[in-house]
Design a binder for this molecule. Structure first.
Ligand code: GLN
Length: 482
């Protein structure tokens, strides 16, 4: 099930450009590979064969006529099922959106089309991106390519598993509390959560609007930097979009790290951390010390409150965002007597257990009397968590932590215990609350052969530094960094 093809986006793009292979050929091979692997993995919800072949034919035609195309023209990509693509079903892994076909392209899809990437389908996910294991998908869970008994992580589990199994070199996920980084960690691939506002959220189905971000998932760091370069940038259709020029991340990959200072927050290396993961992070730290990076222990005392804080804010926003699924405008519609009954029937039938739980909790924390006790207080804690990070960045270039406390767990292990499930994001949700960028990169395998992952966190808009560190560490760990 693993990616043995070694087909990075960079290599595929070069072959197409040099006319060693056509874009149609690559698209056909990709579709065949998805069809071969998907019955077992269930990573892809919908294959967009017509769109893919049409786009690939257009790329080939332009290449034949001698046009200069964008550097990654012809490279296949899978898109998480909560990002709108005109004419392609979008369900957010939910029954309630069954049959919904978007009428417009999300901001990132516009950029992907302009870069002439080939959209081959949409990936499975936890329902409305609420989950850490893909078990809340209404379309059955994705399996981890490293072990069919284990979850791929969530909520972008389909995207991570698709890249890990070599279906595609490029995939998009979305990360609210960890949904790009945690599945990337569980599937042994690279996942980036960009600074809030760097990538347009226009056309990303909203879960928690103050935290949602789209991020790239790839097999290696260089491809990841390239894909972020494609999707990042100002979009006037997203009021939270940052209007600033996007650097060429590839230029920063090999910059020397000598003299850079990294903080290791002791709270992230506490009791709940699996010892093998701890050891793998220590090895990565040694590898970076060889490159002249300096490390110091620091403290982010309020970070470990992030799960409680995140679930108040995320659920409050979700309860409001999901009010629009009433069976009138989108997807599933069960008409039954009067309007109120139709709403009730549609929502009862259409939403799964986890989504209902969150709508109820979110409505509760926003209700009169509880708003001050929970929601307002959670916002204050959010500011405290953010300020601790910002203060740390006055003295340190980067912060390094594990991405997850454990490796991929087994199906069913946490499903009946939401709190345990929520704790899988203990190292990632704090970063989200602070609005910071962070990258998850593989840092070895445990004794059972399961991937482990290191998280690097940077100040706002310092993705270039994350890629710099991540690239150098990846090269060292691959054994060719000297
Ligand atoms: N696992 C977290 C949750 O369930 C994060 C999800 C996400 O980032 N979309 O909310």
């Amino acid at each position: 099930m693993l990616n043995k093809s070694n087909q990075t986006a960079k290599k595929i793009a070069r072959k197409i450009r040099n006319r060693e292979i056509t874009a149609v050929n690559i698209a056909e091979q990709t579709l065949a590979r998805i069809r071969e692997l998907n019955p077992e993995l269930n990573a892809v919800i919908n294959i967009s064969e017509d769109l893919a072949l049409r786009q690939a034919e257009a790329v080939d035609k332009d290449i034949k006529s001698g046009k200069t195309l964008p550097p990654f023209a012809g490279v296949p990509i899978l898109i998480k099922d909560n990002i709108n693509i005109k004419g392609i079903p979008c369900t957010c892994g939910s029954k309630i959106l069954k049959g919904y076909i978007p009428l417009y392209d999300a901001g990132v899809i516009g950029r992907i089309k302009n870069s002439r990437l080939i959209i081959v389908g949409t990936t499975n996910m936890d329902e409305f991106a609420m989950g850490s294991s893909n078990e809340t998908s209404a379309y059955k869970p994705v399996k981890n390519p490293y072990s069919p008994k284990r979850v791929p992580g969530g909520s972008s589990g389909g995207s991570a598993a698709a890249v890990a199994s070599g279906m595609v070199p490029f995939a998009l996920g979305s990360d609210t509390g960890g949904s790009v980084r945690q599945p990337a960690a569980f599937c042994g691939v690279v996942g980036m959560r960009p600074t809030y506002g760097l990538v347009s959220r226009y056309g990303l189905v909203a879960f928690s609007s103050s935290m949602d971000q789209i991020g790239p998932i790839t097999e290696n760091v260089e491809d990841n930097a390239a894909l972020l370069g494609i999707i990042a940038g100002f979009d006037e259709k997203d009021s939270t979009s940052i209007n600033k020029e996007v650097p060429d991340y590839i230029d920063y990959l090999q910059k020397p790290l000598k003299g850079k200072k990294v903080g290791l927050p002791r709270e992230y290396f506490g009791d709940g951390l699996n010892p093998e993961i701890r050891e793998s992070i220590e090895n990565s730290i040694e590898a970076l010390k060889d490159r002249g990076v300096e490390f110091e222990e620091i403290s982010l005392p309020n970070s470990m409150k992030c799960i409680a804080d995140y679930y108040v804010i995320a659920n409050a926003e979700a309860s409001s965002n999901l009010a629009r699924y009433d069976g009138i405008k989108y997807g599933l519609s069960i008409r039954s007597g009067d309007l109120r009954n139709s709403y009730i029937k549609t929502r009862t039938e259409g939403f799964g257990t986890e989504v209902k739980r969150r709508i109820m909790l979110g409505t509760y924390v926003l209700s009169a009397g509880y708003y001050d006790a929970y929601y307002r207080r959670a916002q204050k804690v959010r500011t405290i968590i953010r300020n601790e990070f910002i203060r740390a960045f006055a003295d340190y270039d980067l912060i390094i932590t594990p991405t997850t406390p454990t490796v991929a767990f087994k199906f069913g292990e946490k499903l009946d215990n939401p709190l345990q499930m929520y704790l899988s994001d203990i190292y990632t949700a704090s970063v989200t609350l602070a609005g910071l960028p962070a990258i998850a990169i593989p840092c070895g395998f445990n004794s059972e052969g399961l991937p482990m992952s290191i998280q690097m966190i940077a100040p706002p808009l310092m993705e270039k530094l994350l890629y710099n560190f991540a690239y150098i560490l990846e090269t060292k760990l691959d054994g060719n960094g000297g």
